[in-house]
Design a protein around this ligand. Sequence first.
Ligand SMILES: [Mn+2]
Length: 426
Amino acid sequence: MKITSEHIHDQNKQYQADHDKQYNFLADQLTAKGHDTDQILNRLSEFQVAVPSWALGAGGTRFGRFSFYGEPSSLEQKIDDVGVLHALTQTAGAVSLHIPWDIPSDYNAIKEKAAALDIKFDAVNSNTFQDQEGATQSYKYGSLSNTAQAVREQAIQHNIDVINIGNKLGSKSLTVWLADGASFPGQHNFQTALKHTQDSLKTIYKSLPDDWKLLIEYKPYEPNFYSTVIQDWGTSFMLANECGEKAFSLVDLGHHLPNSNIEQIVSTLMFKGKLGGFHFNDSKYGDDDLTVGSIKPYALFLIFNELVYGMAHNPQNPELAWMIDASHNIKDPLEDLIQSLEAIQEAYAKALLVDQQELKAAQMDHDVVKCQEILQQAYRTDVRPLLAAARLKTGGAIHPIESYRSLAVRSTLIKERGKHTTATGL
Ligand SMILES: [Mn+2]
């Protein structure tokens, strides 16, 4: 299914008058406080988030998986689904592919399809956490860290293959997330596992084109439950430094132990010019991969506050690769992604409203109460009319979820694809 500008125009008619009223009210308030609303709208329009190819179908748990029907069963259909998201939200202008799930059979056709929908290819992801059909070596006991050289070599070669596939599509970064670790004390020699991982990453790095980035993701536990080789931002940062100037850390919001101060991690990495990418999701307990902003929206705002500060003050840090990394077990994946995209834009818009100069002055005065007031003043502003206005500017929907439903996207997809299609992925 393709959503046309006529579809959206028709949908928006019913909401336009209300939207204008709400937007004008908010814009007047913001202008009175000295904000440049046009500039905020531009920043929101420019902020594009990559949709992960693996989140377009229903996810699963260790205990079961329930299809949402009409799921995309080919890369072409996945791109179509991102096209639906982008047409409605105007903020999903990129897709992040996972190899080997998404190897194109016809590169030119895929590139043309994506270009027609205004979608770029963001970071490509390698997969050494599952054994692939026909592979000679198994990743059961690790990949880049494995004690067996043949396994490490196979995993290194896979990452190089992924770079080559991404290169043909116009991607500019490789994300490496390793499941490598130990489930029991004594299983690993920590130093040997880390050394092997470091050497393997350095070998992969040698195959990285000059204008590419290597994004190194970390995670404290799962699927291994005693130790993970790249367990935290410090390990990722150290490995990125060992690799070189094109290697960076990638922060996945779900990859921290409970109550970690993620905004401080973000800030530290940007200060050192080493934050390369971001995976959005939300969680209550662990790597729950829930809808962005559904559990801890204030924490997301605080993270964005550091990102906005870093983007303005840390020229040493590159432009970030923004991606969603979530899993949808009981919601329509496309509706869930629309909610996530909206939550990201909301947190970003609120962070843009933080008066950084006033905050700095309050910090210098040690006026702790005022510091909190400044942050919460921004956080409590209902920025949704700004988001809608930013979408409207480029032809998006005033109310993406409502329009998705009244355009009957899911039932059309089921008609087109059948009920029992399954997306490749997690
Ligand atoms: Mn991730």
